[in-house]
Ligand binder design. Structure first.
Ligand code: NAG
Ligand code: NAG
Ligand code: NAG
Ligand code: NAG
Ligand code: NAG
Ligand code: NAG
Ligand code: NAG
Ligand code: NAG
Length: 400
């Protein structure tokens, strides 16, 4: 098939010239048409990606496009033959996600102006809000570890945690130094539509996961953690550090509340989403993508904290939660409903876009509008947007 496209693109003009080109270059030229995906699936590592391959609904391996700047482990974007549905694999953690998505949005091979992006990965889950194997759709992504950190053994006894927002001196003080990636808010109307499509899926589960959930029943706080998996609208935390345990879960839940002005619900935890969103936001600022077309779906592969009486290390290292495989399955089972929902409703709804009724974008208001989550006055200490911008810039202005 590749040979056929090479002939089509190069053969007629100059066979001789083609013979002088390195094979790779010829292949690249042959594929130099612009793909305009309707849906772009964002996977982070192999199992999340592979669950979409060999499915009956569509063939993502029909067209591979090598994109300069992608991870050396995952150099290609994968698309259906007609280019309607594509997928990439970022590689794990914030740096990989940011660089891969930045490379995609700058690739001349894609026109992404009307593309719906769906982050589709697994995550840890807060049993106060949801449970293992559940499928979640976020409105906020919060970069929870973008804070000062002092080891709890060294901090004064009156601190409940060693994490303190940057520029602040106590854990519950709104950050005084804003980097801009702390909070992203996506289209809540689209989030609800995507969740409604996903609710049509029959989710996978396992007997081990059923047993593990039951262990959380001794605390009323974890009632949500004991329920059968379902589709839930709740928010995602991003941190390169793979944290675990009740205390850090609560610390980052508190931070999510703080930076979303009480409207975010800390529910899942992963290592990429803020970075992906920052790259998409910068592309949206120059209209290369539409920030109102982003869906963040995370399926729950493990509990972020132990059951009452269990140690944090036992939960993280030694437990058989039985949720990894079902969570991977549920990316496809729920996600394919979202992809189909978008394609089937393309002409009626999605081509024109789903108008957000909430603020969308970052904490700076980069895409216009005023964030409904802050910066806001903390006690008598107003954090002004322009002041925050200056404080970020000020760092660069420090004389060397
Ligand atoms: C695309 O890449 C995958 C592996 O990543 C491979 O299995 C598949 O055959 C490739 N498709 C084409 C059309 O070359
Ligand atoms: C991630 O993004 C969310 C909002 O989208 C933000 O609140 C949070 O602070 C960000 N986290 C990091 C570690 O950048
Ligand atoms: C702990 O006490 C010290 C000394 O009184 C005070 O400066 C600090 O703000 C307190 N920390 C918290 C988290 O309340
Ligand atoms: C979370 O916030 C609550 C309410 O402010 C506070 O009581 C609790 O100590 C905080 N938890 C941690 C672990 O910091
Ligand atoms: C769910 O599936 C049914 C039957 O296929 C279909 O009629 C309905 O439109 C679907 N609902 C959503 C929200 O996709
Ligand atoms: C989950 O998926 C596995 C593997 O496909 C299958 O064997 C199992 O029956 C499924 N369980 C449920 C509850 O759907
Ligand atoms: C959407 O519109 C296009 C162009 O008008 C048409 O070719 C296509 O069949 C329509 N798709 C559906 C699902 O109605
Ligand atoms: C933060 O929440 C308070 C109380 O609900 C509200 O009065 C205020 O307007 C909110 N701030 C922003 C920036 O939306």
């Amino acid at each position: 098939m590749r040979f056929r496209s090479i002939t089509a693109a190069v053969g007629l003009s100059s066979v001789a010239a083609a013979a002088l080109l390195p094979t790779q270059q010829v292949k690249e030229r042959a594929l130099e048409y612009v793909v305009q995906p309707k849906v772009f699936i964002i996977s982070m590592f192999d199992p999340e990606a592979e669950v979409w391959w060999g499915i009956p609904e569509f063939d993502l391996l029909a067209l591979n496009i090598t994109v300069p700047g992608f991870s050396p482990l995952f150099p290609d974007a994968h698309c259906t033959a007609n280019g309607d549905i594509c997928q990439l694999v970022t590689g794990e953690s914030e740096i990989n996600a940011a660089v891969t998505i930045s490379s995609l949005v700058q690739s001349p091979r894609f026109d992404l102006k009307s593309t719906y992006f769906m982050v589709a990965g697994i995550a840890g889950v807060n049993p106060e809000v949801a449970t293992i194997c559940a499928v979640t759709f976020a409105r906020y992504a919060v970069q929870v570890a973008l804070q000062y950190e002092i080891d709890p053994r060294e901090i004064s006894a009156n601190y409940s945690t060693g994490y303190i927002p940057q520029g602040s001196v106590v854990p519950d003080e709104y950050p005084q130094s804003i980097y801009g990636t702390e909070v992203f808010e996506v289209n809540q109307d689209l989030q609800k539509l995507a969740a409604s499509f996903a609710r049509n899926a029959t989710l996978n589960d396992s007997s081990e996961a059923v047993s593990y959930r039951a262990l959380y029943a001794t605390s009323d706080l974890y009632a949500a953690g004991t329920k059968a998996p379902s589709v839930i609208e709740c928010d995602v935390a991003t941190s390169d550090v793979y944290y675990s345990g009740k205390i850090l879960g609560e610390v980052f839940g508190n931070f999510t509340t703080l930076v979303t002005n009480g409207t975010g619900v800390y529910c899942t935890t992963a290592q990429e989403d803020n970075a992906t969103l920052e790259a998409l936001l910068r592309a949206a600022a120059v209209k290369a993508v539409d920030f109102s077309r982003i869906i963040v779906m995370r399926t729950a592969s493990d509990m972020d904290r132990p059951w009452p009486g269990q140690s944090a290390t036992a939960n993280l290292f030694y437990s058989n939660q039985g949720a990894f495989e079902p969570a991977i399955q549920n990316i496809y089972l729920a996600g394919v409903k979202v992809v189909e929902g978008i394609l089937e409703g393309w002409n009626a709804t999605f081509a024109g876009g789903v108008k957000p009724s909430n603020y969308i974008g970052d904490i700076f208001g980069t895409l216009g509008g005023t964030p409904d989550f802050g910066p806001y006055a903390y006690n008598n200490n107003p954090v002004k947007r322009d002041l925050s911008r200056r404080s970020v810039k000020g760092k660069r202005d420090v004389p060397l």
